[in-house]
Design a protein around this ligand. Structure first.
Ligand SMILES: [Zn+2]
Length: 112
């Protein structure tokens, strides 16, 4: 009687240990995959986001949503583009959808 109870106490942690080893090895696999993915930025395309941009004089809230940029700076309210959105275009590069990379100057029809 005593022996069976002791065996149960002994075996239970072994089962948990095996599960933990299994979980850890699959987590290690995921970490390796994540490292590889992180090198392949073209796998990621932002469909929208918000960010705070610390400018030289002030911080500005930038957002990209519904295929449109927005920035709280004064320049953006007049031109619908600013140094902050352009900087983010450069930082995020290929991770932005094509329409997010187009500048207003490029999308305007050419003068004839
Ligand atoms: Zn701005």
């Amino acid at each position: 009687m005593h022996l069976v109870a002791d065996a149960g106490l002994f075996l239970r942690p072994v089962v948990y240990l095996r599960q933990e080893i299994k979980m850890r090895s699959s987590l290690i696999g995921k970490i390796e995959k994540a490292k590889r993915y992180a090198q392949e930025r073209d796998r990621v395309t932002f469909s929208g986001f918000t960010a705070v941009f610390r400018g030289e004089n002030d911080s500005h809230k930038i957002s990209y949503a519904n295929k449109k940029w927005h920035c709280t700076c004064n320049f953006f309210s007049q031109w619908e583009i600013c140094s902050h959105t352009m900087a983010l275009q450069q930082i995020l590069g290929d991770m932005l959808p094509r329409e997010a990379l187009a500048s207003p100057m490029e999308t305007q029809p050419a003068e004839k």
